[in-house]
Write a protein that binds this ligand. Structure first.
Ligand SMILES: [Fe+2]
Ligand SMILES: [Fe+2]
Ligand SMILES: [Fe+2]
Length: 495
């Protein structure tokens, strides 16, 4: 049985940009961490997550303790066992561990022992392990024949291997104890480039790259029973030159928004490497009060509802304030019970793209009618002139119903005939693989949508890329993805 260990390290969180080291995006680390936490929980599912230190950038800044609190709220969301140690940029352990849980002397996860070391810092950003640390290594081995992992902030490696500019000043001594005690694995952070697993005698030495520097990496180690190690590095940014766009980003005007700030979303999209970004607010949220929306007035009454309260100009002016050369303005348009899009036809023309979505059906609980209604609403929507069909079939999944596979072919035919793209969207959703395959085979264009309601989701296409891989696609994205839309007017590049 293997043990999966995730390593997130060197966040250098800060309330302000790190001026003396601008490649450290410390001011975004809270978002980076949350994105990593959600990816780990939903897709990677490690047994244990090691947070390798330097959680904040400046331990003498007055906000240092406050910053730790914000990181803790995200770290508390981790499903796995979590082991957190401070680095040389953190507050001293006695203060640091007022916020976080101090690791026990020996932590056992699935029969593997983990030891954390808070070693003495040495000049030149190096460290030294004192005799008491070496004694703890020996004590962990006494009477135990399983695997042992050593966790510390500063990289440990044999000096002759020359893996990093930082090391332990007494590395040869520690390594001889590693050998003597058969400590299988050593995991560190601190050196922001990281280095690949180094096998030396019977142990493996690994340093994970910093989360705070592009492309915002973290590592996952598979530790096998025989002590062998496989390391995979993940990045939060999109693959270089992938030319991907996110055409489904919400704003603070969505009732379901969590923390969406348009300028910050744009900033994140750019650092994650999106080619373009499309804002697509719910039409039903812009035209109805929260109560009327919750009462599904958009569906029952449609665009001519007496309950309508038009907020669409607020949306357009919000966009205008922050729009840049990468951004597009669109809307996620609901449909009423007669199949009429919930949008004023005049506004329709002022958008650069339109996503159609089926979010509610009266027949959802009626097995004899729901498939007909679904196809009826999709058909009206697709023929109304939308560019993208949002999250096809999600409405079934959200009601805990099986997705009807016999509807894949007729929906694909409709999309194809009307030149409408199908969205791949994992927000509270698992797009059906067979449907995606059919779109690829039939030449129906696809789009990637994050459906961001929280900043950490912007351009998070990890599952989208995995899905295309699972569908057997290995060509160029340009051939299958919808291209950015024609401009309505010259973009405002003033920001
Ligand atoms: Fe460090
Ligand atoms: Fe939606
Ligand atoms: Fe949405």
């Amino acid at each position: 049985m293997s043990l999966k260990i995730a390593i997130l390290t060197d966040l250098h969180f800060s309330n302000n940009p790190v001026e003396d080291c601008p490649q450290r995006k410390g001011e975004l680390s809270d978002v980076l961490l949350l994105r990593a936490v959600h990816r780990l929980n939903r897709w990677i599912k490690p047994d244990v997550t090691f947070i390798g230190g330097d959680l904040i950038n400046d331990p003498v800044s007055p906000d240092a303790e406050d910053l730790l609190f914000f990181l803790k709220t995200s770290l508390d969301l981790l499903d796995s066992k979590t082991i957190i140690i401070p680095g040389n940029h953190d507050l001293p352990p006695e203060i640091f561990y007022k916020t976080f849980e101090r690791p026990e002397d020996i932590i056992e996860v699935k029969g593997v022992r983990f030891l954390t070391f808070l070693d003495q810092e040495e000049p030149g950003y190096n460290a030294r392990r004192e005799q008491s640390g070496l004694d703890r290594m020996r004590a962990a081995r006494a009477g135990f024949d399983g695997l042992i992992v050593s966790l510390q902030h500063v990289p440990l490696f044999p000096p002759e291997a020359d893996c990093s500019p930082f090391n332990y000043t007494n590395a040869p001594e520690i390594i001889s104890v590693m050998d003597e005690c058969g400590i299988t694995l050593s995991l560190s952070g601190h050196f922001h480039d990281g280095f690949a697993p180094l096998k030396w005698n019977n142990s493996t030495y690994f340093t994970a790259p910093a989360l705070c520097e592009a492309p915002f990496r973290f590592s996952v180690i598979e530790l096998e029973d025989d002590g062998s190690v496989k390391a995979e590095t993940h990045q939060l940014a999109l693959p270089l030159n992938s030319h991907l766009s996110d055409f489904h980003i919400h704003t603070r005007l969505a009732y379901c928004n969590e923390n969406m700030k348009m300028p910050k979303a744009l900033q994140l999209g750019q650092i994650f490497g999106l080619e373009s970004m499309g804002f697509a607010e719910h039409s039903s949220h812009l035209y109805f009060s929260r109560d009327a929306y919750n009462a599904k007035k958009f569906y029952w009454d449609g665009i001519n509802s007496p309950m309508m309260k038009d907020n669409t100009e607020d949306y357009l002016s919000l966009y205008k304030m922050y729009a840049n050369e990468f951004s597009y303005i669109g809307m996620e348009i609901d449909v009423d019970r007669s199949g009429i899009p919930v949008i004023n036809p005049e506004l329709y023309k002022r958008l650069e793209f339109r996503i159609g979505a089926v979010h509610y059906m009266k027949s959802m609980l009626d097995a004899s009618k729901r498939e007909n209604e679904f196809m009826y609403l999709c058909n009206s929507m697709i023929k109304s002139g939308i560019d993208i069909l949002a999250h096809p079939f999600r409405i079934f999944r959200r009601s805990n119903l099986a997705v009807p596979p016999h509807l894949f072919a007729p929906l694909v035919a409709l999309l194809k005939e009307n030149n409408v793209a199908a969205e791949i969207n994992f927000h509270t959703n698992e797009p059906p693989l067979e449907f995606v395959k059919l779109c690829l085979e039939s030449g129906v264009k696809l789009t990637f949508g994050s459906d961001s309601h929280n900043l950490y989701e912007v351009g998070e296409f990890y599952p989208h890329l995995k899905l295309l891989e699972a569908a057997g696609f290995n060509g160029s994205f340009e051939d299958i993805l919808l291209k950015p839309f024609p401009r309505l007017q010259p973009a405002n590049t003033g920001h």
